[in-house]
Ligand binder design. Structure first.
Ligand SMILES: [Ca+2]
Ligand SMILES: [Ca+2]
Length: 380
């Protein structure tokens, strides 16, 4: 319990001075020392990560995460330079014991700069971090190599996530039975603040499907946001991709590739003083299908490519100010070959088509003009 010395009123305390007979106020009145019990104070702890290895032993990033979760205070985790490789597999667990590092209490993770402190989840078979309804702030780290259906690098479920001087690269949201959402970050019902950070070569990939199922959608190569708020300032999105999955053989369509850099569904996205370059939204190929009555093989249609840089649905809100959008592309997926039988034998012809998706707004290939609506990506 914290305690303090009290010298009577605060005014007297400020003006008191020590004499050889004790403390006296400005007007010479003697003050009596008292001990006063204060309310419970929460003192944050600093957990230093002292090894780049993974595990539950002392000094690991995992142990620091578990320890920070265990206290009610907003703690700090400090990491020096090095490549911190996460290896303790076990996805679907939410206490940071295996797989991703789950954050269940407010925390700030501080690295030595994103070129020096690298958190690598490529051997984990899971994303790197999972924020569950709390405040999580990252400063000066790279997060790379993570894989999950939602949030290859980080998943933020209802929390406040801040990425400052950070880099997310080579993370993949891989759909297994459907959509892949948020190669770098997946967010649902939360707030994401990105400042002075890089998203590089992250991918959201829809699952390739079988039977009559359409291919899964790839949504948000860099960031996928649903019902939340995303603020991006002084940051760059480079070569991120949203790729739709291939449709099944039952005349199924390819999945859409939506938002190479950012995909926004029913949420808010605000971008300023940032660069989007070389991001792509690519629709998946339609699957081969057979119509036995007509004796034709009917290919499924290709998925749409929507928003090479940013895609925001019409019931979402997005604002892009003073930013550069260069060489981003939205490509529709191709239909498969169409083979048709006739009495004279088989003949083949190319069949290409794309589904329309009128509810979406997306940026044209090349990314000129943030208010360009409804332009279709070119066919492949
Ligand atoms: Ca804590
Ligand atoms: Ca976990």
């Amino acid at each position: 319990m914290l305690r303090s010395w009290s010298f009577g009123s605060s005014a007297t305390q400020r003006e008191s001075r020590r004499t050889k007979h004790g403390y006296r106020g400005r007007h010479g009145n003697r003050c009596r020392l008292e001990v006063e019990t204060l309310e419970q104070r929460l003192a944050p702890a600093v957990f230093n990560v002292t090894t780049t290895a993974d595990g539950l032993g002392a000094g690991t990033l995992r142990a620091a995460s578990i320890a920070a979760n265990a206290t009610a205070e907003h703690d700090f985790i400090r990491m020096g330079p090095g490549v911190y490789t996460l290896t303790l597999a076990g996805a679907g667990e939410n206490l940071a014991a295996t797989g991703d590092l789950d954050i269940t209490n407010n925390v700030t993770i501080i690295g030595a700069g994103f070129t020096n402190t690298i958190i690598d989840a490529s051997a984990l078979g899971d994303r790197a971090f999972h924020v569950l309804g709390v405040n999580a702030k990252f400063w000066g780290v790279t997060i790379q190599g993570g894989t999950a259906e939602q949030g290859g690098g980080i998943s933020n479920n209802g929390g406040n996530l801040s990425l400052i001087h950070c880099r997310l690269r080579n993370n993949i949201a891989q759909g297994i039975t459907g959509d892949g959402q948020g190669g770098g970050v997946y967010q649902k019902d939360g707030t994401l603040n990105v400042k002075w950070s890089l998203f590089v070569n992250n991918r959201a990939i829809g699952a390739a499907m079988s039977g009559v199922s359409d291919g899964g959608e790839g949504e948000g190569g860099g960031i996928f946001n649903e019902d939340g708020r995303v603020n991006v300032h002084f940051s760059a999105f480079l070569r991120n991709k949203a790729i739709g999955g291939q449709g099944g053989s039952g005349i199924a369509s390819g999945g859409d590739g939506i938002g190479g850099g950012i995909a926004n569904v029913d949420g808010h996205v605000f971008v300023s003083f940032s660069l989007f370059k070389g991001n792509e939204a690519i629709g998946g190929r339609g699957g081969d299908g057979e119509d036995f009555e007509e004796e034709v093989i009917v290919p499924g249609t290709g998925g749409d490519g929507l928003g090479g840089a940013i895609n925001s649905q019409t019931n979402g809100h997005r604002k892009v100010l003073t930013s550069a959008l260069l060489h981003n592309r939205a490509l529709g997926g191709a239909g498969r070959r169409r083979r048709q039988w006739s009495r004279r034998g088989r003949r083949r012809r190319r069949f290409r088509s794309r589904r329309r998706h009128p509810q979406c707004l997306w940026l044209v290939p090349g990314g000129q003009g943030v208010n360009a609506h409804g332009k279709r990506g070119r066919r492949r």
